[in-house]
Design a protein around this ligand. Structure first.
Ligand SMILES: Cc1cc2nc3c(=O)[nH]c(=O)nc-3n(C[C@H](O)[C@H](O)[C@H](O)COP(=O)(O)O)c2cc1C
Length: 376
């Protein structure tokens, strides 16, 4: 019988054990590291006898026993079985993103939630080892207290704002007035109210946030805002101030932040969302929680974009940025605090040459409208 190693396998060490983690849909298995060599002998469809020849420094009995166990645990698949067909489908679909994305996606699926708390809070999450600190602050930094916005600028009709929001990649050179930046930061990131979570206070924002831990801080890289010297700041939402972390921020810096995308150099400012790992970890110990912080970042990004639009700004956002240099410039250690998302805004230029053209007849002709029938 021909056997092959399952495509979806990641091996790692955990708590001193060697672990083989099949996916999708498999549980991690602590095994002897020698299984890696046996699995390697089955990279392609291989008869057991042929593999045993390649593993001839091991006894035939050892190989036979190991193969039986690896088949039983689904790490070796037999040809022409439904499991092999499913593994081929997985490989066709996910190989380009494997192992990183496929492993994260599937290894964090189907979490067993505690019955009375589907949000995933478990007793382990109450471990006092993981501190929860409500605010980030830089008490020794120089700061600018921001004007308190009356939110008067945000009366644009909702539907109009939704339809007007477009990613802007062509900016005017007009500086953004400080009250406008202030309104955008307050509306997107400042507390709306405070709640009692049973162990202390949490705050809520205009965007939803899994667990309401507000693990995403806003760092503002200012290039062209009147009344604020160019530089990298932390938005202190407790006191509604900008805390200066480092002076100077140029177009070239903005472009480089955003993985060398030229348009970013025209933005008046960037806002980097920085994840504070402990803030979410203190509630959610499951690795799936990292998904929650990515989803939270998306919510904040949308609120930012709509608010910027309502204020007359052109918003943009990018998932493509140079993580390590951004973290370094922000003074984040990239371990406990790490950048997740870069937002940008400025006044839109009168002309928008970088905006995509409208689709015409030839575009529609070149478009596939419908998927072939889904495989059963
Ligand atoms: C998570 C995310 C990442 C994005 N990254 C980039 C980017 O790196 N560069 C860019 O030019 N646009 C980026 N965009 C903007 C999209 O290209 C844009 O949203 C899309 O073309 C639709 O246009 P619209 O935003 O005007 O509706 C990103 C959008 C999102 C939501």
């Amino acid at each position: 019988m021909r056997l092959r190693r399952r495509h979806g396998l990641v091996c790692y060490w955990y708590d001193g054990s060697f672990v083989v983690h099949p996916h999708p849909g498999g549980d991690p298995l602590a095994l002897h590291p020698a299984v890696a060599e046996i699995l390697s002998a089955f990279s392609e469809w291989t008869e057991q006898a042929e593999a045993a020849e390649n593993l001839n420094h091991l006894s035939a009995e050892t190989v036979e026993q190991a193969v039986e166990e690896l088949r039983g645990s689904g790490l070796l698949l037999a040809a022409d079985t439904p499991e092999a067909a499913a593994d081929e489908r997985f490989e066709r679909q996910w190989s380009t993103w494997s192992p990183e994305a496929a492993f994260f996606h599937y290894a964090t699926q189907d979490v067993k939630y505690p019955e009375n708390d589907p949000a995933g809070e478990s007793p382990a999450s109450r471990d006092p080892q993981v501190p929860f600190v409500l605010f980030t602050g830089y008490p020794r930094a120089d700061r600018i207290f921001l004007p308190r916005p009356p939110f008067a600028e945000l009366h644009a009709p909702y539907e109009q704002v939704l339809r007007a929001r477009r990613t802007c990649r062509d900016y005017a050179s007009d500086p953004v007035p400080l009250p406008v930046l202030s309104a955008l930061l307050a509306t997107t990131f400042a507390p709306v109210d405070f709640i009692d979570c049973g162990r202390g206070a949490l705050f809520r924002r205009t965007s939803p946030a899994g667990g309401a831990r507000q693990e995403l801080d806003a760092y503002v890289a200012v290039r062209n805002v009147s009344g604020v010297e160019p530089g990298v700041y932390h938005y202190n939402l407790r006191e509604h101030s900008l805390e200066l972390l480092s002076e100077g921020f140029t177009s070239a810096d903005a472009t480089h932040f955003c993985a060398d995308q030229e348009w970013a150099g025209g933005a008046a400012f960037l806002v980097v969302l920085g994840l504070v790992v402990d803030r979410l970890l203190s509630k959610y110990p499951t690795p799936r929680s990292y998904r929650v912080s990515l989803l939270n970042a998306g919510h904040l990004g949308q609120t930012f974009a709509l608010t910027a639009t309502a204020l007359g700004l052109g918003p943009a956002q990018t998932g493509a940025f140079h993580d390590s240099p951004v973290a370094e410039r922000l003074g984040l250690d990239n371990i406990g605090r790490t950048p997740l998302y870069v937002l940008a805004a400025g006044y839109p230029a009168a002309e928008q040459p970088a905006a995509p053209p409208a689709a015409g007849l030839s575009t529609f002709r070149a478009t596939t409208f419908q998927e072939a029938a889904l495989e059963g």
